[in-house]
Design a protein around this ligand. Structure first.
Ligand code: HEM
Length: 482
């Protein structure tokens, strides 16, 4: 297959939907899709997945484990028949050290130190119930060496491959780390909740917008959504990925970092907030309380629950715009009358809204998250549920952590009053000193609704930084010739 065609397939989701990138606009990329793990370049649409975490107990066992899984590792090569079951593998820095003990100080410091480190926490700001001291079941953050992402077209296909992975782990002396607490009433494993399909808890459609992953004709003018900002080892990244040289560079080439972040969603707090605030909205804009709840939910995210962006459909959700990705904030929504400045999607991707020069260009992330846990049956909101977040990037500090910093403190653009320190309306960790937990929704230039204190909707259950290595590197760590 010619390279150009392979590149176009790589950015299509696996039902064949193309993103904006087209075969005619990008030169043939230099990478081989067969050497890149599929999760990076393809939006899988398998309805079932399970995300398993392991601790290695020695190099030999670790190699045996990867060797046993290799036949199921899905690359980014185009497939003719969609695989019934497949998997991808991530290694933390401690996992890499199991294979390559001399690699210390050759990877970026945030990857080596882990997301609980003081530097990373300046952006992630996991406090209170989200505190790293409370992450994961084992409480041993350093023990996570490997995360296996298993996908199936049916529950049976998934279960079969998960059983095979568990057996390979047992045969090779690995210890499984169960990320969810036993009292959650689940197996402790992170299983995708399939019935939600394209939707996530809180009722929003997700997975609409992702970087185009084209290839820059001229790397000196790379677009932040180009694949060289995600795949390690190519020139021109705007965010400083690495390592690019030496043995570590060879190990990392064609890989991509994955910030694996498990986020509990407090649906009770969310529903309560919508219900409590609806009367104020009705007083300001009229209509019913049902409409007010939907309107508020849209203002928190910047899209209606069906996916329609407020920038295009300010007054009501519209099926015609539900999957829209091509829209701007300038000049029509410069005052934020359609989409509030602190709405989640406007913070996570301000698009053409001006950001301070020190924050430019706006970083992009590849999102491959899925929901876990069954929805609640109100008024009973007990139970564990949320998002298994996979945030892929070529530079954890320059992309993932920079964006997280913006989420926790809206200080990246002059649209925010300097020093006010408001936050992402949906996502931020509240309660930091100096943070303003209020949320302002502008209705006209003069009329605003100001909510003085947004609740905490999200709790971090844990975070691990992984490298999704190339297939060549996986063969190498498995002890096979690359
Ligand atoms: C439980 C937590 C989260 C929820 C409920 C959530 C919800 C959503 C929703 C509903 C959308 C709109 C759908 C779409 O554009 O595909 C979205 C988009 C997005 N989210 Fe999140 N999200 C969560 C966590 C995160 C985190 C942790 C990050 C970044 C570190 C993030 C970054 C983004 C980005 C970059 C977009 C696309 C914005 C755009 O391009 O317009 N999200 N999210």
């Amino acid at each position: 297959m010619p390279c150009v065609e392979a590149a176009a397939d790589a950015v299509a989701d696996d039902d064949g939907n193309r993103n904006r990138f087209s075969m005619t606009t990008s030169p043939a990329p230099p990478y081989q899709p067969g050497n890149v793990q599929g999760l990076i370049l393809r939006g899988y649409t398998h309805p079932h997945s399970c995300h398993l975490m392991f601790s290695f107990t020695g190099r030999r066992g670790a190699a045996g484990f990867v060797r046993a899984l290799l036949p199921y590792v899905q690359s980014a090569e185009a497939w003719s028949d969609k695989p019934e079951r497949m998997l991808n593998i991530g290694l933390t820095f401690n996992g890499i050290l199991t294979f390559e003990p001399a690699f210390g100080r050759q990877f970026p410091p945030e990857f080596e130190a882990g997301p609980w480190s003081e530097d990373s926490q300046q952006s992630l700001y996991d406090t209170g119930a989200s505190d790293p001291a409370r992450w994961w079941n084992s409480q041993d953050k350093q023990a996570i060496h490997c995360i296996v992402h298993v996908y199936g077209m049916t529950q049976d296909a998934l279960d079969g491959l998960v059983a095979l992975v568990s057996q390979a782990a047992a045969n090779n002396g690995l210890r499984e780390i169960l990320p969810l607490r036993p009292e959650s009433g689940q197996s402790g494993r992170l299983q995708q909740y399939a019935p939600l399909e394209n939707f996530i808890h809180f009722g929003y459609r997700d997975g609409i917008d992702n970087p185009d992953l084209g290839w820059p004709a001229d790397p000196s003018t790379t677009d932040p959504g180009d694949a060289n900002n995600f795949l390690i080892g190519y020139p021109g990244s705007a965010f400083g990925p690495g390592p690019d040289v030496g043995q570590a560079g060879e190990f990392a080439k064609d890989g991509c970092y994955c910030a694996f972040r498990v986020l509990y969603q407090d649906v009770g707090a969310f529903d309560q907030f919508l219900a409590n605030t609806a009367p104020e909205v009705v007083a300001a804009i009229g209509g019913s309380e049902d409409h007010a709840r939907e309107w508020l939910a849209a203002k928190l995210v910047g899209r209606w629950r069906n996916g329609s962006p407020l920038a295009l459909s300010p007054d009501a959700p519209d099926p015609a715009t539900a999957g829209a990705t091509d829209f701007r904030y300038e000049p029509d929504d410069r005052p934020g009358l359609r989409c509030p400045y602190s709405a989640h999607t406007r913070v996570a991707n301000p698009r053409d809204q001006a950001v301070y020069a020190s924050d430019a260009p706006v970083p992009r992330l590849i999102r491959r998250g899925v929901p876990y846990g069954a929805p609640p049956a109100p008024p009973n909101y007990e139970g564990e549920r949320g998002l298994v977040g996979l945030f892929l990037c070529g530079a954890l500090a320059g992309q993932f952590e920079l964006l997280y910093g913006w989420i926790n403190t809206n200080n990246f653009s002059a649209v925010f009053s300097p020093g006010l320190n408001t936050q992402d309306a949906l996502l931020a960790n509240r309660g930091a000193p100096g943070i303003d937990p209020s949320f302002t929704i502008a209705i006209t230039k003069e009329k605003k609704i100001r909510i003085p204190k947004l609740p905490q909707f999200i709790v971090t259950r844990g975070t691990a930084y992984c490298l999704l290595p190339s297939l060549k590197t996986l063969r190498r760590v498995a002890g096979l010739s690359a």
